[in-house]
Design a protein around this ligand. Structure first.
Ligand SMILES: Nc1nnc(SCC(=O)Nc2ccc(S(N)(=O)=O)cc2)s1
Ligand SMILES: [Zn+2]
Length: 258
């Protein structure tokens, strides 16, 4: 029984749910028919060096795989971006059941999970922390996960999860190529948004892939055995770690495809 309203709140949201004066918050519903094809959008060029992988850890919000971003070794360029952006980490959001879990929705449809590959503009900003505060500081690629076939590349991550069950646990992860988590179809939507967890800063150019990747039930269940809580605390399963949909306000979602 929660002692006060805050305890009743989802662990993610003990801080304010809304940013006062926020005009470009994420996630949003992508209404396919309202998105505008932009012929000027370039193909997104992705080149990741698997050796830049460092470790995988449970940060109490999600599990994330972090990369060595001290040089331009794993980068994205093109698409809606004016500069190249360096890969810093990727993580996921998922639900307690397969009916929901993604942060973005397409025509109000939830996917069971969503992958976020987080990149920062090291051409313009000296550190990630500074880029987080700037309108063109970050670029996040969103990939929807749908229930289907077993995903070989994801299994490498799934096999590591039992070792990072509790908050603030970490294990070495030497080689992993996140390209294996991207769908083959190049099509994407893009819009100006924000981080979906605190500090919720309005610094993200979102690039949402149209085609989901398929993962199987056992792989989704493996995400759900993680805990929000540290070892020794009362166990709280890490599920439903997605932010509620935010108002579109004065934004247009552009598509790279007709
Ligand atoms: N001084 C600071 N250090 N680190 C930060 S923010 C750390 C960070 O990467 N936050 C983050 C939060 C949400 C997302 S998400 N879900 O992709 O919008 C990505 C990234 S501010
Ligand atoms: Zn995320």
């Amino acid at each position: 029984t929660p002692k006060n309203r805050n305890d009743a709140l989802h662990p993610l949201w003990q801080s304010p749910l809304t940013i006062p004066g926020g005009t470009r918050q994420s996630p949003i519903n992508i209404q396919w028919r309202d998105s505008v094809y932009d012929p000027v959008l370039k193909p997104l060029k992705i080149s990741y060096d698997p050796a830049t992988c460092l470790h995988i850890w449970n940060n109490g919000y999600s599990f994330l795989v972090e990369f060595d971003d001290s040089a331009d070794r794993s980068i994205i360029v093109g698409g809606p971006l004016e500069n190249q952006y360096r890969l810093k980490q990727f993580h996921f959001h998922w639900g307690a059941i397969n009916e929901w879990g993604s942060e973005h929705t397409v025509d109000s449809k939830f996917y069971p999970a969503e992958l976020h590959l987080v990149h920062w503009n090291a051409v313009v900003y000296p550190t990630f922390e500074e880029a987080v505060m700037e309108g063109d500081g970050l670029a996040v690629i969103g990939v929807f996960l749908k229930l289907g076939a077993h995903h070989e590349g994801l299994q490498t991550l799934v096999d590591a999860l039992p070792a990072i069950k509790h908050k603030d646990t970490v294990i070495e992860f030497d080689v992993f190529d996140p390209s294996c988590l991207l769908p083959p179809c190049p099509d994407y939507w893009t819009y100006a948004g924000s981080l979906t967890t605190p500090p919720l800063t309005e610094s993200v150019t979102w690039i949402i892939k149209k085609q989901p990747i398929e993962v199987d039930e056992n792989q989704l269940e493996a995400f759900r055995m993680l805990l929000f809580t540290s070892d020794g605390e009362e166990e709280k399963r890490m599920v439903d770690n997605f932010r509620p949909l935010q108002p579109l306000m004065n934004r247009t979602v552009r598509s790279s495809f007709q």
